[in-house]
Design a protein around this ligand. Sequence first.
Ligand SMILES: [Zn+2]
Ligand SMILES: [Zn+2]
Length: 252
Amino acid sequence: MRDMHVHTEFSCDSDAKMEDYIEKAKASGIGTICFTDHVDLNTNDYGYNYYSADRFWERFNEIKYNADMLIEPLAGIEFGEPHLYEKNLKELTKYPYDFVIGSIHWIGDMFPCQKVREQYSAKEFYTLYWKEVLKTVQTGGFDALGHIDFPKRYYGEIYYEEAVINEIFRNLLEKDLVIEINTSSLRKGHAQTMPGKELLEIYKANGGKYVTIGSDAHVVEDIGADYETAKSMLEEVGLQEVIYRQRKRQII
Ligand SMILES: [Zn+2]
Ligand SMILES: [Zn+2]
């Protein structure tokens, strides 16, 4: 088992320690764990400017040095809205990260919180959201697009036009990016992972081959959560699980 999306105390919304994840991973039979803390540069975000690469790397290097053969810790980031902060991303990735997730959490000053959900129908919000996703995959500079249908976690439903999704996947594949299967929505009581099978099938139809699997854990107990569900779904669709080391895709 592998978990390519895990948050630690270096994210503003987690207190979890790397060493505790490592212990839990070992006990759960997880061989590879990638720490992907939030890097948020939108001033509306609680985590604005919270991340410190120096602090992360200091701790990560200690963890890596002390890790035994059973476990492979990888260094990553979850970078918010990469198309808006290209220079910052370039600067940050001078550090030797293994894996960079690019995620859209914000549309300007809008997050799909309750207030926004009262103002915008799912269709209205998703229409704005997909525009941002398209811009970000056209810009690239990261490895995997995070939780492609993110508003689902808040709206509980998905809206899309297939032509728009096709355009997103075409651009994403041109930039040699992949998508992740993010299982955190299952823990919030939703029926589907992000994305669910439907979008994975459209990804495949557009020539997509590879996906990473991540729990998006913010607490130690959630590492590897619903890995089997994600794995069996990607096998059903005919996709291949990958991880990244030193920003290079590795087929499992
Ligand atoms: Zn995220
Ligand atoms: Zn995350």
